[in-house]
Design a protein around this ligand. Structure first.
Ligand code: TRP
Ligand code: SF4
Length: 400
């Protein structure tokens, strides 16, 4: 019923690597052409685990935004912002905390898992327990209906759906709904208002579903309606109350198959990464020191690409002719490993070149980044404010 809207966030954990690029960022770049997108830095979420050491968060935030821009996320297409700069997230989080059963939070599977995994840290905090609730606020405050996330975050999106349902059930009938709906009908202008009333009557008296479809089509075409009025008009049509918060759905991001330097999945915790903007020297050095098929102890020993992590990178970066050259050359000891690694190095550098170029513009002038974020925060805030007005009102908090 709402305009389709994509929202996703990332915790600022420092420089992003090629795994993030192939997994998440390429997907964002694609989505930004297909939907209105909101992408944000979840800096408060970083605090849930780094509350004892928050100093790095600021730098990590700017680095990450530059990485997004470098990867091709386009601030003219997508709205980029920082969570903590839209304090409405915190207000929604607080208000929802009043009606969130403790058991729902305790049962989110990531809760105990992460607590155990990060057992060097005391995570029996209020904030950490509330991680999924804060994430729900991030999503619901934009009435986002599509949330691209990795598999690990699916339970959080499911939690968000349940919470939205509970909220709507509890507060969904805003006081004075009928009056407001009638006001909204007037705003359609006399001709459309008459048609709307007619279709509404057809549905309510005869159960005519075709009339509903026709009314939806008409409302979809009207641009100037506020989100609140639009929802009221949809609700009034069928005689139901207003859905204050929209149930989102997850857009599962396929896990990145990007191999790291050791053949395992690229991940910061495996220490096998190449960052998006890693220097050419460092890329060269890292690839040159990658382990290869141990059978090739000497240059003259033949090897098997399937047993070599370098081959995994050829699968990402090399064309068929090059892959053929590797297969044959490796198995016949026709080529050496240093030789074999060069096209991989070239491929990575080729991929990074436009990223490094784009990043340089922002590194030279950080105010560009700050302006992009300031703009994005302003846009995001407008949307958030609109939802919060409805939320406050539905909870009886709009005192005048
Ligand atoms: N929890 C997400 C992660 O770790 C980050 C995040 C915070 C997020 N808020 C969000 C993702 C809202 C999507 C929507 O990856
Ligand atoms: Fe690996 Fe290439 Fe050496 Fe074969 S020739 S072991 S594929 S680096």
């Amino acid at each position: 019923m709402y305009a389709e809207r994509v929202l996703s966030g990332m915790r600022p954990t420092g420089a992003l690597h090629l795994g993030h690029y192939h997994g998440v960022l390429k997907n964002w770049v694609k989505l930004q052409h297909e939907y209105p997108c909101l992408f944000f830095v979840a800096d408060w979420h970083a605090l849930t685990t780094h509350y004892d050491n928050p100093q790095g968060i600021e730098q990590a935030t700017w680095d990450m935004v530059i990485d997004w821009l470098a990867a091709g996320v386009d601030p003219n297409q997508a709205t980029l912002f920082i969570q903590s700069r839209v304090p409405e997230h915190a207000e929604l989080h607080l208000l929802m905390s009043m009606m969130t059963p403790l058991g729902w939070l305790e049962r989110v599977p990531t809760y105990k898992d992460q607590q155990e995994k990060l057992d060097s840290k005391d995570l029996s905090t209020y904030g950490f327990l509330g991680y999924p609730l804060l994430m729900s606020a991030d999503i619901l405050i934009y009435r986002a209906d599509k949330v691209p996330v990795g598999e690990d975050q699916l339970p959080h999106v499911e939690f968000t759906r349940e919470l939205a349902r509970r909220f709507n059930h509890m507060y969904g009938r805003e006081p004075g709904f009928e009056d407001k709906a009638r006001e909204a009908v007037k705003k359609l202008g006399s001709k459309k208002a008459r048609l709307y009333e007619e279709l509404r009557t057809r549905f309510q008296q005869n159960g005519d579903k075709e009339a509903i479809a026709q009314a939806h089509a008409m409302l979809d075409e009207i641009q100037h309606l506020s989100v609140g009025d639009r929802e009221r008009l949809f609700g009034y049509l069928e005689g139901t109350g207003k859905m204050i918060l929209a149930e989102p759905s997850a857009l599962l991001t396929e896990a990145s198959k990007m191999p790291g330097l050791d053949g395992h999945k690229m991940s910061k915790s495996y220490n096998n990464t190449i960052t998006l903007r890693e220097s050419a020297e460092s890329v060269t050095k890292k690839v040159r020191s990658m382990p290869t098929d141990p059978a090739r102890a000497r240059r003259t020993d033949p090897g098997e690409p399937a047993k070599c992590p370098v081959w995994q990178l050829h699968l990402v970066y090399s064309n068929d002719a090059c892959k053929e050259w590797v297969q044959h050359g490796c198995r016949t000891a026709g080529i050496g490993c240093i030789e074999c690694k060069q096209p991989v190095i070239d491929g990575i550098l080729r991929e990074q070149a436009p990223m490094r170029e784009r990043a340089q513009i922002y590194l030279d002038d950080l105010t560009l980044v700050k302006n992009i974020i300031a703009d994005g925060c302003e846009k995001a805030r407008e949307l958030a404010r609109e939802t919060m007005r409805d939320v406050r009102e539905s909870m009886g908090l709009e005192y005048h």
